[in-house]
Design a protein around this ligand. Structure first.
Ligand code: NAD
Length: 359
């Protein structure tokens, strides 16, 4: 039976980059003789304009039926003032929660050709390849009780950081399995010296580790991890952590690579069905001008092949094609440096297709 990918282009540069990713998908289908079909649906501001909802029922039904989702980007100034529950980002949040996407995978990979784009010295970051695994549906962002109250004549704000053993166990399992397919090193980040919830986190990670004897496990406090990421980032292979710490560390790690237009991500459910999207937003400042870098979207497609469709060979071929166009000196405006060739979004996509089919 053929596998189904749902394309959700969204807003701003979303449709432009998704078009390029779809071209690369079609080239991969041709080269590897894949049995994959695609469908497209509305999400975000585009969906709100058409239906009054940022995640229409029809889109959610298609997302549930698909084997994987390739998401562009959502949002823009046009929808910043509408009722909060109808805003584009609500569409994405609802999609993540409705599909039970609890494992967020954020690679920070620095292609050697772009080493000068990082704010760190090239020798510290060149060849960087880290994978941050962040728990996405629990922790302090969702814990109860939460709110604001009056206490002794002043306002008090409060949130609850809570993780159950089963929540920790399932994210740890994902991280160990990924570490097993990579450098076989897993660093679990916590604040176990201060927070009981992360004391439990550490204990459960150590317990899960018994099932993965070939993976070397280490533990690091979050403050040290933030420091080590800028001091010696190449010491990490896979990092696993909770929602709050992961939110911050994954952005920090991503920025080591220097360009937001290059960063893919995945959010997976228990069956490895996933939503794949670039880390960047809808970039309204450059939308519709053929200026967007489509490589984050194309690399998200590579992740989809690797994690949801278990086609590491197809993923690797797409990543090699991206590296090959960078080697040819092609750059969109965001990664352009003197001596390279500036190209538009569509020409970048076409170059990746050509490189993929040339092999
Ligand atoms: P942004 O990521 O859209 O843009 C930040 C800067 O990076 C801009 O200068 C933009 O031009 C540039 N940029 C981003 N992606 C690029 C690409 N592929 N190629 C070249 N340049 C690129 O972040 P923002 O400006 O804070 O947000 C814009 C809108 O996107 C907002 O409405 C925000 O809510 C939304 N947003 C959506 C998502 C998502 O869809 N998951 C994520 C973040 C922000």
């Amino acid at each position: 039976m053929s596998q189904q990918i749902l394309l959700l282009p969204g807003d701003g540069i979303g449709p432009e980059i998704t078009t390029e990713a779809e071209k690369v998908l079609n080239a991969a289908i041709e080269r590897f003789d894949l049995d994959i079909t695609t469908d497209t649906a509305l999400v975000g501001g585009a969906a709100y304009d058409a239906t009054g909802e940022p995640l229409p029922e029809e889109t959610l039904a298609k997302a549930k039926a698909a084997d994987a989702i390739l998401f562009g980007a959502i949002g823009g100034p046009k929808w910043d003032t509408i009722e909060r529950s109808k805003r584009p980002e609500r569409g994405l949040l609802k999609l993540r929660s409705s599909l039970g996407l609890f494992a967020n995978l954020r690679p920070a990979i620095l292609f050697p050709q772009l080493a000068s784009a990082s704010s760190l010295k090239p020798e510290i970051v060149s060849g960087l390849d880290i994978l941050i695994v962040r728990e996405l549906t629990g922790g302090i962002y969702f814990g109860e009780p939460r709110g604001l109250r009056e206490e002794n004549g002043e306002r008090v704000g409060f949130n609850t950081m809570v993780y159950s053993e089963s929540e920790i166990r399932r994210i740890a399992k994902v991280a160990f399995e990924l570490a097993q397919t990579r450098g076989k090193k897993l660093c679990s980040v916590d604040k176990a010296n201060v927070l009981e919830v992360t004391e439990l986190w550490k204990e459960v990670v150590n317990d899960v580790a018994k099932d993965y004897p070939e993976v070397e496990v280490s533990h690091m406090y979050v403050d040290n991890a933030a420091m080590q990421l800028v001091r010696a980032p190449k010491q990490f292979d896979v990092v696993v952590t909770g929602n709050l710490f992961g939110d911050i560390l994954s952005d920090e790690a991503a920025m080591l690579t220097g360009s937001i237009g290059m960063l893919p991500s995945a959010s997976l459910d228990v069956n490895r069905k996933g939503l794949y999207e670039p880390c960047h937003g809808s970039a309204p400042d450059i939308a519709g001008q053929n200026l967007a870098n489509p490589l984050a979207a194309i690399l998200s497609l590579a992740m989809l092949m690797r994690y949801s469709f278990e086609r590491a060979d197809v993923a690797q071929a797409i990543e090699d094609a991206v590296e090959s166009v960078l080697e040819q000196g092609l750059r969109t405006g965001d990664i352009y440096t003197e001596g390279t060739t500036k190209v538009g979004c569509d020409a970048m996509g076409d170059a990746v297709v050509k490189a993929l089919l040339a092999k």
